[in-house]
Design a protein around this ligand. Structure first.
Ligand code: NOJ
Length: 724
């Protein structure tokens, strides 16, 4: 009897109780039922408005050109919200909820890229930590700050493989390797979206810029890209597939023309690949004004045609082109755009809104800033990420700095807070950051630390006081680098060298006869061939965020053993670009096909990074008898042969040396793992090779194949040959 009662009760709870409300307002119904119910109630005009994203009033992004609107229509789909005040956001939301006929909530988007208020290391630096779990944590903290400030949707992560450091946006992604972009992108998606989008600690992620934007010709932003189909599949689409599989609910279509069909009108990438082949059911928003730019790209003659091209290709939401709101209604009326295409786009927008729980919880709790920002765990993560992402490029033994009583701290980045934040600093402010100088003063309490700027970031200034200080000192710490807005969107450069004045400052200080440790703070690989011979040590800090100073000072003193490795190649000179590790092979080897005037090798290759200890790699061994038919393991023992404990990242590459379908790169990274190895101890690292995932390649039609034959697996300075 009791059992019957209980079953009856459970059954009662499962039966949707009729509340008299329309089905789409019933949170107990399945998402798709709610979507279809709401869609069936909407007029064409209401549908069209859901497909637009506007921004209101303030627009703090200089690259977001175009008009902002003075008043939002209540039926609008989305807003880019440049504020951090939930009160203002809630007021806009109230209008959508109460003044639109169906009460459809707005979704508020924003570029929360490497921190909302607490600013962390830039993405390129994050990749050099080889610690995706830490990046996931960072994104989770950032999501919490953003969502509690009224943001439901972040335009992040950027997973554009970037092999040209003249392109300013290399700072925003995870470097030159497709797999690394996929792993860190997926970690970001998990961090942002958390255990569920309804949580007040989660935001919807947006993969961008779909696709191939990083292939910009000669590193110039927004321009044409020439991408062959095999390269599209194996390089540029590769990380997107990993991140779609990780559950990202949205993507942003790119600005670039992909070999003749722009990314924001590309039916192949947006519909045939993303929707049909990958089964993606979330939302695609255009990049800012990208629909209108189809005209400039020579693909459409006017905004009406551009809107038709974009929506039929698979761009669901128009960010600020004002093409959909102006023309979609008529385009459906004239039969140029089928209503079913509009319906499908609306479904995708509504789905994300339902997933975020916006119909039930449209408003953000109005908590005080102290409850939202700079929480202790977030600050701790900022410090750890800064420490693990810095890369020691050179060290002749001067580091760690020991037994010194006079430290000269010099350079434009030494007592500079703003430029540590990097591009997309969101709501971060210079005052939130700790300057390197302060970190060094705290780290070396028994030494006398003195400071001179020497020159400004442009390299202008009188060096004499700095040279005098160098003479006085036991060691010089010279902090060079870039301004935060020298990288990011629309910041292409023809040379990636630092300003000549900064290089001259190093020469002048070196002439004072004291060891010089150069620290670099920048958003792209730099041309360092003139700096390298003069510096006793070089530490790449990237743009480490608000807690970079403690990390930098800790590495200088030896309290922190550096463990970062490059996720992007540092060319010897700008003329070598593009230069990246996973290139295809040449028909001639050795001295053929190399530069006659300079070395053809990079200054610092992908994966380079020094430690205060040494690691020795044993011979990799295959466990059991490997075959193509089933997963197998390869192991390597790594021994810390030095005197300091150290974190070591083991990078596993594969190579398929001969391939008749399409030639493959010299080597391809397929797995990495980072572990602490105590001084004198050994650790075994294991690569679980799944041939169906790790050994194959895609042909130009996106068909995955795995060939039988010879394979090589590379790890450290060793490799193992397999016949599979
Ligand atoms: C243009 C940028 O390309 C994109 O990354 C960004 O998300 C949008 N503007 C919105 O700010």
């Amino acid at each position: 009897m009791k059992k019957f009662l209980l079953t009856g009760l459970i059954a009662l709870c499962l039966v949707p109780v009729s509340t008299g409300k329309p089905a789409y307002k019933n949170p107990r119904l399945p998402e798709e039922k709610r979507v279809e119910d709401l869609l069936s109630r909407m007029t064409l005009a209401e549908k069209v408005m859901q497909l637009n994203q506007y921004t209101l009033g303030r627009n703090d992004n200089v690259n977001n050109i175009g008009e902002v609107v003075g008043k939002l229509p209540a039926e609008l789909g989305s807003v880019i919200y440049f504020g951090s005040d939930p009160v203002l956001r809630n007021a806009m939301q109230k209008r959508a909820m109460e003044e639109s006929r169906l009460g459809i909530p707005l979704i508020f988007g924003y570029d929360d890229i490497h921190g909302f208020k607490t600013v962390y290391q830039i993405s390129l630096g994050q990749a050099c930590s080889w610690n995706p779990a830490l990046v996931e944590k960072m994104c989770a903290h950032s999501a919490r700050e953003a969502r509690r400030s009224g943001i439901d949707w972040t335009f992040s992560p950027m997973i554009d493989v970037a092999r040209d450091p003249r392109w300013g946006r290399v700072a925003e992604g995870y470097g030159e390797d497709p797999y690394v972009n996929g792993v860190f992108g997926a970690a970001s998606v998990r961090g942002y979206q958390g255990a569920g989008l309804r949580s007040l600690d989660a935001v919807a992620a947006c993969l961008k810029h779909y696709v191939g934007y990083g292939a910009s010709e000669a590193g110039r932003d927004y321009v044409y890209t020439e991408i062959s189909r095999p390269t599209l599949w194996n390089v540029y689409l590769y990380p997107y597939k990993m991140c779609v599989d990780a559950g990202a609910v949205s993507l942003m279509s790119s600005f670039n023309d992909i070999s003749g069909v722009p990314g924001s009108a590309n039916h192949y990438t947006l519909s045939e690949v993303l929707r049909d082949a990958w089964g993606f059911d979330g939302l695609v928003v255009s990049d800012w004004d990208a629909v209108r730019q189809l005209i400039n790209q020579g693909y459409c003659k006017d905004l009406e045609e551009a809107s038709e091209a974009a929506i039929t290709a698979g761009v669901d939401m128009d960010m600020m082109s004002h093409g959909y709101d102006t023309y979609l209604g008529d385009l459906v009326g004239s039969g140029k755009v089928p209503l079913s295409v509009v319906d499908e786009a609306v479904r995708r927008v509504l789905r994300v809104k339902f997933r975020l729980g916006l119909f039930e919880n449209p408003y953000t709790p109005e908590e005080a800033p102290e409850k939202r920002f700079f929480l202790p765990e977030a600050l701790e993560t900022a410090s750890q990420l800064a420490a693990e992402s810095m890369v020691l490029l050179k060290n002749d033994g001067v580091l760690p700095v020991k037994d010194v009583s006079r430290i000269a701290v010099v350079g434009p980045l030494a007592n500079n807070r703003l430029d540590l934040l990097g591009n997309w600093k969101a709501h971060g402010e210079a005052a939130d950051a700790d300057a390197f100088l302060s970190g060094i003063e705290r780290e070396f309490p028994s030494a006398e630390v003195r400071y001179e700027e020497g020159c400004n970031v442009r390299g202008e200034g009188d060096f004499s006081a700095a040279v005098e200080l160098a003479r006085w000192s036991d060691v010089v710490v010279l902090c060079l680098g870039e301004m935060l807005n020298w990288s990011g969107e629309n910041t292409s450069r023809s040379s990636i060298a630092l300003p000549a004045g900064q290089e001259r400052l190093l020469e002048a200080l070196k002439a004072a006869g004291k060891p010089v440790v150069v620290t670099l703070t920048n958003g792209r690989p730099l041309e360092l061939n003139r700096i390298e011979p003069l510096a006793n040590a070089i530490l790449e800090t990237w743009q480490p965020g608000i807690n970079g100073a403690g990390a930098l000072a800790g590495i200088l003193s030896g309290r922190i053993n550096p463990s970062g490795k490059l996720a992007i190649t540092f060319p010897w000179s700008t003329g070598q670009i593009p230069i990246y590790y996973n290139r295809h092979k040449s028909g001639r080897r050795g001295t053929q096909g190399i530069y006659k005037d300079i070395t053809s090798d990079p200054l610092y290759p992908f994966g380079h990074g020094l430690s205060y200890t040494t690691f020795e790699y044993g011979e990799p061994v295959c466990v059991g008898a490997p075959s193509l038919g089933a997963p197998f393991k390869v192991e390597v023992k790594v021994t810390n042969t030095g005197a300091a404990d150290g974190l070591e990242t083991v990078l596993w590459y594969i190579s398929d040396p001969y391939c008749r379908v399409v030639t493959r790169p010299e080597k391809e990274l397929k797995y990495f793992e980072k572990k602490l190895i105590k001084a004198g101890a050994s650790e075994t690292f294991v690569f679980e090779v799944d041939p169906a995932r790790d050994l194959g390649y895609l042909d130009g039609a996106g068909r995955y194949f795995v060939e039988a034959g010879e394979y090589h697996i590379f790890v450290g300075d060793k490799d193992i040959k397999l016949q599979l």
